[in-house]
Ligand binder design. Structure first.
Ligand SMILES: Cc1cc2nc3c(=O)[nH]c(=O)nc-3n(C[C@H](O)[C@H](O)[C@H](O)COP(=O)(O)OP(=O)(O)OC[C@H]3O[C@@H](n4cnc5c(N)ncnc54)[C@H](O)[C@@H]3O)c2cc1C
Length: 398
């Protein structure tokens, strides 16, 4: 069967859906097919993330992340309010473990100011008053605009809007290849005026079949969450991160229902959708990722070895809780019950330098457009980021 439309979007995550809705808003009469390989939207990162509406503290001023997080935070709060999605306005503390971390805390404060994001500097007593469980060394930062919502609720609301906007959603339809004219899928051919690739963990391989993403490849990092038996804290508690990596370190989050969890980890995965056991195992993929991980491990230009060794230890619940005790000293191993559903980061790595890409990236031409490295805080940024991406697409197709 052959389908045809003005736009074809590959991937039913938050970016695929928000892009489709934005295109419909701009070009009311356009036809859009969206293909998704799973039987529903939001089965990967967009439905498996921490659900934190980030404020925009961490990112350097000239980055796409800084440009869209503050705005995305405001717009996602409004979206949730408009669609009756519960929000927990819990705020977030960034605490320090020692003297050495204070300078990074100050840098984060400066970045927040530059990004026009409200933060307050708190002393130890003020931290205790705000969150008696948290511990800091001398000072901490508090972000009042960081919140939580259930990512699945957001995806369900977006899917409803897509249906109402007559965007045709083809689930159980996987991209196979681009033959130079049409996109070939497991459910037949799709002909379209313009193709947009928002395929998350597979965005790089799909981009390659259009001649893009020649200098980078996704390396998957697994985010595990350990749930507390009962609510422990009122506000998110994060450590000062190592700014050389795009990950934020072991932290406590309060989800929309008020549950407490620690994580997510950033454990190197052996294949792209390695959620549990041998789920979604692909031999060729495991071989390629195993080989690339081994060469990163040996090479000295990027400290993958240290990251991998630190993260792999977090498969142990005991070790993870021990790490978390640096933020909440009174938490105990017995307070935590079980692992929750994992999420996997579609982290892009530059092939030449082996460096982890820190910002969102995109490539495209007059026929196709590819969103790469849509890592955290991509969920928070999705609404304004998709508008920006549509501006970029507009420039390519005129
Ligand atoms: C552990 C974790 C925690 C995170 N926490 C946060 C957070 O708290 N706040 C925040 O703002 N961001 C967070 N993020 C980041 C956020 O989840 C992502 O930036 C965002 O979901 C990316 O959306 P996406 O649409 O690009 O990708 P995805 O949601 O992965 O969507 C891609 C879709 O493409 C489909 N697809 C792939 N291959 C094919 C194919 N061949 N054919 C058809 N379809 C295909 C997939 O099935 C998938 O549905 C987190 C991410 C992870 C992994």
């Amino acid at each position: 069967m052959k389908h045809s439309s003005d736009f074809l979007i590959i991937g039913g995550g938050v970016l695929g859906l928000t892009l489709a809705l934005e295109l419909k808003r701009r070009y009311r009469d356009c036809s859009i097919n969206l293909i998704e390989k799973e039987n529903a939207v939001g089965c990967h990162a967009s439905g498996r993330n921490s659900g934190v509406l980030h404020a925009g503290i961490y990112y350097p001023k000239d980055s796409l992340k800084s440009r869209f997080t503050r705005e995305g935070n405001i717009e996602l709060h409004q979206f949730c309010a408009d669609h009756n999605i519960p929000i927990r306005r819990c705020g977030k503390l960034i605490v320090t473990k020692n003297e050495a971390e204070l300078s990074t805390l100050d840098l984060l404060h400066a970045r927040a100011k530059a990004n026009d994001v409200p933060v307050e500097s708190l002393n130890e007593d003020e931290v205790k008053k705000l969150e008696p469980m948290a511990q800091t060394h001398e000072r901490a930062l508090f972000s009042p605009t960081t919140s939580s919502a259930n990512p699945k609720d957001v995806m369900a609301a977006l899917a409803k809007l897509a249906q109402a906007a007559e965007i045709t959603l083809h689930t159980n339809t996987a991209f196979r290849k681009f033959d130079g004219q049409n996109v070939i899928t497991t459910q037949g051919e799709f002909q379209s005026g313009y193709v947009i690739n928002a395929a998350g963990l597979y965005a790089d391989t799909i981009a390659k079949s259009f001649g893009f993403a020649q200098t980078s490849k996704i390396l998957p990092f697994k985010g595990l969450y350990l749930y507390a038996k009962q609510p422990m804290i009122q506000t998110h508690i994060y450590p000062v991160p190592d700014l050389n990596y795009p990950f934020l370190g072991v932290h406590f989050t309060v989800n929309a229902q008020g549950d407490t969890k620690i994580g997510p980890t950033a454990i190197p995965a052996l294949w792209r959708e390695q959620y549990q056991g041998f789920d979604n195992f692909k031999f060729g993929e495991a071989l390629d990722i195993g080989f690339r991980s081994a060469s990163l491990f040996i090479s000295s230009n990027f400290d993958f070895k240290r990251l991998a060794m630190t993260e792999l230890r977090k498969y142990s619940k005991k070790h993870l809780v021990k790490q978390a005790q640096a933020l909440v000293p009174t938490c105990k191993f017995q307070d935590f019950a079980q692992w929750g559903p994992a999420g996997i980061r579609a982290q892009l790595v530059a092939s030449d330098s082996g460096k982890l890409q820190m910002d969102f990236l995109f490539e495209g031409d007059e026929r196709s457009f590819h969103i790469l490295n849509a890592v955290s805080p991509g969920w928070t940024c999705a609404l304004p980021f998709s508008r920006f991406l549509c501006d970029e697409i507009d420039k390519k197709i005129v």
